[in-house]
Write a protein that binds this ligand. Structure first.
Ligand SMILES: [Zn+2]
Length: 264
């Protein structure tokens, strides 16, 4: 039996006040409570899409690529071995295929010693992906944790869940220095939530770490590590000596006028 327009439950459901956002159209401003004969605002007040975009902008206020990596492209990556050639090829392909990988949430783990070019190639990917119109963000684990912890202060307007959702919204998130600091349980939970939010949104994450694959697994926990490996996720080993270390050795020669370029 269908209800007539005078049905009280239906009337109740219809007592809503919408306002118009010039960009996104109507948003729910207030709801009328029949029993209390009063209008109540829907909190937080405002167009939810505008709010979501403002939060994303705040998140993106950080430079997606840190200034010292601005010069990093695939063409400026120094290749002197087959392993380096292979790492470059995988990263170049990842950027080229990003449109497909992005819808599958395919992740990448770049691991190896400091100064082997992990950040260089990650930033080259971020740069190319940005040129394709996607958003990208590079943050250290410490920065992510700090960002989440800031929401624990009750004065802030964003909740932890909202910030985690925002991290899930970025098209490409690059997590730097995974395993650099001692991972407390709460840090591991936060990292899991961020990676899981991205996994559920089918968004790709690139993880950069100095640890061995087994250590990364231990640090992140099996559930998180598995998320990174699903849907064709790859692990790339940067097992050669540090460019930086070698630069230092060369510079130690008194006559050397070698110009050292950072390739972290
Ligand atoms: Zn709006």
């Amino acid at each position: 039996m269908s209800s007539s327009p005078s049905d009280p439950t239906e009337t109740e459901a219809e007592e809503k006040l919408y306002l118009d956002c010039p960009t996104h159209g109507p948003w729910l401003r207030s709801v009328y409570n029949q029993q209390q004969k009063q209008w109540y605002p829907v909190l937080p007040i405002g167009c939810p899409d505008c709010r979501r975009e403002a939060q994303l902008r705040r998140l993106m206020d950080r430079t997606a690529i840190p200034p010292r990596f601005m010069h990093c492209t695939f063409d400026t990556f120094r290749v002197e071995s087959h392993e380096q050639q292979a790492a470059l090829a995988i990263c170049r392909q990842y950027a080229a295929d990003f449109r497909q990988l992005h819808t599958r949430g395919t992740c990448l783990v770049l691991r190896g010693n400091i100064g082997t070019g992990k950040n260089h190639l990650a930033c080259a990917i971020a740069r190319q992906v940005s040129e394709q119109g996607y958003s990208s963000l590079l943050l250290t684990v410490a920065e992510i944790i700090q960002r989440i912890r800031a929401t624990w202060d009750r004065q802030t307007e964003e909740t932890q869940a909202e910030v985690i959702t925002r991290f899930g919204d970025v098209d490409l998130l690059i997590l730097d220095e995974v395993g650099r600091q001692y991972g407390s349980e709460s840090e591991k939970i936060i990292l899991f939530q961020v990676i899981d939010a991205r996994y559920r949104a089918m968004r790709p994450t690139i993880v950069l770490s100095n640890l061995s694959p087994a250590e990364i697994g231990d640090y992140l926990g099996a559930a998180t590590y598995d998320r990174l490996r699903e849907n064709g996720g790859k692990l790339v080993n940067f097992d050669w000596a540090s460019y930086r270390g070698r630069c230092v050795a060369w510079l130690a020669f008194p006559r050397s006028s070698y110009h050292c370029t950072s390739q972290d």
